[in-house]
Ligand binder design. Sequence first.
Ligand SMILES: [Zn+2]
Length: 233
Amino acid sequence: MTPRPNLHTHTLHSDGDFTVEEVVRAAARAGLTHVAITDHFETSKVAHPLRRASLERYIGEVRAVGKAYEGRVKVLAGVEIDTNPERCALSELPFALLNRLDLVLFEYVEDPLQGGVPLSELRPLCEALTVPFGLCHWDMDRIFRGRRPEWLADRLSALGAFVEVPTSQHYARDGRFLYEHSERFYRAFAGKVRVSIGTDTHHALEEVGNIGRGMEFLRANGLCGQLLFNGQG
Ligand SMILES: [Zn+2]
């Protein structure tokens, strides 16, 4: 069966409007195979991020909801980490706890508009992680303009990072999705770099199932086989 995952959502644990259970229920209703809860972790970017002291309780809640939805939708626990070091103390991240998650998303890596650290500085963090990690809502077309897609694919492959296809309307420019602008990069990921798909839902439950067009994009670029959690549960 082809997976239908949404690996990027927010809840009341950071800046989302809904509980974990409400997001998961929406995912089950939409016929998704996987849904990841990925709240903002220890960043001053949002008023009430998920804190280190609450991480264990958060994981426990996601696991409990996952158990209640067993057989309907696979529920994954994740976080989203802001890579601007002025907003998030990257060197102080609690890796032992983070490694109890199912995945970790990094936002703004190498993005000059957001002050995210370069991939080279992300490497020690990635090496401390034993769980899948990747780059979310990444505007590769803008950040790596003039670079060869194969150059980026090789760097990501060496790092072991996946790259998300962000399906939210929020991630568009000039009437096209950012992932469409970056298609040349995704094409170069074939056989090299894993991919994920995420809606980055915060405020609308009907958004949770919004992965159709992104899945079509992955299919068109021969990337479905490299989708994270493909073939699991
Ligand atoms: Zn997000």
